[in-house]
Design a protein around this ligand. Structure first.
Ligand SMILES: [Zn+2]
Length: 161
């Protein structure tokens, strides 16, 4: 409770610092690997400007990967038009993401990051469409789209047991 507003803001970037991820690069290595905008979003919990990502309007079949480490995150079959200006999905791939509670900006939101590298992807809200009712509101700059790729998994075409 003693934690001030500034403390909450500045504490964000170091949020997952105590976690161990499979891909653990130094700050310099991330800066070298990512574009400045990717670094700002993935590593500093930034948010891209709404409507700025070409992936927002993309509905082709394929798989969305983490732009930081390449981990497959979302099948395009789960993408829907949320009209928010950010790429939105109703379900991630299995074991692809993790969530945290984000109390920045006077809101309590559920933050979403890549399970593999800890890179910040966006937030998840409970106002999505069936079958999950969830809306994974993602920064397009955090994602790399591979058109035509198919993933086995609950969201993919190979969901037969
Ligand atoms: Zn990643």
């Amino acid at each position: 409770m003693a934690e001030g507003f500034l403390g909450r803001l500045t504490g964000q970037a170091a949020k997952h610092a105590d976690k161990q991820f499979d891909v653990a690069l130094s700050d310099e290595e991330w800066r070298a690997r990512l574009t400045p905008e990717q670094y700002r979003v993935l590593r500093q919990h930034g948010t891209e400007r709404a409507g700025s990502s070409p992936l927002d309007k993309t509905y082709d079949p394929g798989v969305y990967h983490c732009a930081g480490c390449g981990q497959p995150l979302f099948d395009a079959a789960t993408k829907f038009n949320s009209r928010t200006g950010w790429p939105s999905f109703f379900a991630p791939l299995d074991n692809a993401i993790e969530t945290d509670t984000d109390r920045s900006f006077f809101m309590t939101r559920t933050e979403v990051h890549c399970r593999h590298c800890g890179g910040h992807l966006g937030h998840v809200f409970e106002d999505g469409p069936p079958p999950t009712g969830l809306r994974y509101c993602m920064n397009g700059v955090s994602l790399t789209f591979y058109p035509g790729e198919a993933m086995p998994g609950p969201a993919g075409p190979d969901k037969r047991p």
